[in-house]
Design a protein around this ligand. Structure first.
Ligand SMILES: Cc1cc2nc3c(=O)[nH]c(=O)nc-3n(C[C@H](O)[C@H](O)[C@H](O)COP(=O)(O)OP(=O)(O)OC[C@H]3O[C@@H](n4cnc5c(N)ncnc54)[C@H](O)[C@@H]3O)c2cc1C
Length: 438
């Protein structure tokens, strides 16, 4: 925008830039050295064209991601089995070919097999609107066993009734594209270049460097409360009583928060419905130091999928198999919401207690370095826009149409990409919309 001669001003409601890019002050030891704990985005994928271009232009150094997970084990129905025991275990109630699929891959495996989409924007094609149903209905319709359906939501991996299958199928389609950008393979069929990458100093280096390029400094602590649209401009008001006038406004405020902002005049029905009702999923994470690899005692594999409250636990390989390791509780959707309803201290203690109950060998071995929940962040109120069944058909096209001089950007307005790349995709689209009118 500045390159085209337009003056821009960014208002940020919190005291920091970055949003869901947030490198914590707390750090942890990896094989690549001491790095900040990432509360949000960390991975830069090979197909991230805009993000990688920005990293290159801003000359930001990257490193190979160091997050290799140790094998999973499963605590299901009160019992603990390893991956090798799973296919023949009596705990595995799935049927036929389903029995061979490991629980952590169950849902993605089914979605890949049932995916009718081939193009990244197929999810907006009315031809596929019959897939704008719940994941539960998609699996049921395709003969997945009841035990399989339960497994597809075990540990909070999916919100079976709350999310549109079409939304998840688009993600699978986008994920498959990522694999095509991995580059040349070695003689064992593995990519020569390591992906994903992380940013040196933390992902926050990217939005910080981008903010420094702006012609005016980002105004932080400017939480927008009102957007008043007029024929010749827009007035924006903030919580501390400030007023700003501009010819156009681009809002990248997540709809989970925009619904608390007054927009006058009211947006058209479908857009208003989207702002009010677009669903967001939850992600709560607890980042841990593991003093000794307790999984060697119970011999079941360090990482865990549990159908109780502990969700998923990632044990991260330190390369030596001995001594201190990193670990992460990953609690998503309903499992995340249940845990994050507690105070941070109570939630962290619950996770440790629950792990000790499931795996007594973990007693005294887990130290939580940082606990973070996205649902409780006042200016995010969730991790990711999810689209409930029927919501793509109801408003996905209408929700991004400019409302007078108000344009919409942000991950929730993505069309093709995901993650940080989708935030950039949407920002680019909104910038071109404004440039066309300016
Ligand atoms: C746990 C987690 C892991 C992730 N991992 C990855 C990953 O590895 N790779 C990847 O590419 N992506 C990842 N993502 C996704 C990525 O972080 C998001 O797609 C991206 O950051 C979204 O950017 P955004 O600008 O749309 O929204 P946000 O980053 O949420 O930005 C919105 C901004 O609006 C501000 N705001 C809100 N309300 C107001 C208001 N009323 N007034 C003024 N300002 C306001 C907020 O403070 C915030 O700064 C992850 C996300 C999470 C939560």
């Amino acid at each position: 925008m500045s390159d085209a001669g337009l003056s821009t001003l960014v208002l940020e409601g919190s005291s920091r830039v970055g949003g869901r890019v947030w490198s914590a002050e707390e750090k942890w030891e990896t094989n690549a050295g001491v790095v900040p704990i990432e509360l949000g985005a960390s991975q830069v994928g090979p197909s991230y064209a805009r993000v990688r271009d920005a990293i290159d232009r801003l000359q930001l150094p990257t490193i190979n991601e160091d997050r290799k997970l140790l094998p999973f084990s499963y605590h299901i129905g009160g019992q603990h089995v390893s991956a090798s025991e799973w296919p023949d275990s009596p705990l595995n109630q799935t049927v036929g070919e389903e029995r061979e699929i490991l629980p952590e891959r169950f849902s993605s495996n089914l979605l890949s097999r049932l995916n009718p989409l081939t193009e990244l924007d197929d999810w907006f094609n009315p031809k596929f609107s019959s897939f704008d149903i719940s994941l539960y209905d998609l699996f049921k319709r395709n003969g997945v066993s009841d035990a399989g359906i339960r497994l597809a939501s075990a540990a909070g991996v999916n919100d079976l009734h709350g999310v549109s299958a079409l939304r998840m199928l688009q993600e699978v389609t986008r994920g498959a594209l990522e694999a095509e950008f991995l580059g040349p393979l070695d003689k064992d069929g593995k990519p020569i270049e390591h992906w994903p990458k992380n940013l040196v100093g933390g992902t926050i280096a990217l939005p910080t460097a981008m903010a420094e390029q702006l012609d005016q400094e980002v105004r932080v602590n400017q939480q927008v409360t009102t957007i008043e649209l007029e024929d010749d401009g827009v007035e924006v008001r903030t919580l501390d009583g400030n007023r700003y006038r501009a010819r156009f406004v681009i809002s990248s405020v997540p709809f989970s928060v925009l619904k608390y902002v007054h927009i006058w005049p009211r947006p058209p029905e479908a857009q208003f419905n989207a702002i009010r009702n677009l669903r967001y999923s939850e992600t709560t994470r607890a980042f841990c130091r593991i003093k000794e690899p307790f999984w060697q005692e119970d011999g079941k594999g360090g990482s865990l999928v549990a159908d109780g409250g502990a969700g998923i636990f990632w044990a991260i390989d330190n390369g030596s198999g001995e001594g201190e390791h990193r670990g992460m509780f990953v609690l998503t959707n309903l499992v995340g919401s249940r845990v994050s309803a507690r105070s941070p201290d109570a939630a962290a203690q619950y996770l440790i207690d629950e792990m000790e109950r499931i795996r007594p060998a973990s007693r005294g071995q887990i130290e939580i370095l940082k606990y973070h929940t996205w649902e409780r962040q006042p200016l995010q109120r969730g991790c990711s826009p999810m689209f409930a069944p029927g919501q793509i058909t109801a408003f996905a096209n209408e929700m991004i149409v400019p409302h007078g001089r108000l344009h919409f950007a942000g991950e929730h307005t993505r069309r093709l990409d995901y993650g940080m790349e989708s935030a950039m995709e949407s920002g680019e689209r909104a910038a071109f919309e404004v440039l066309d009118r300016a």
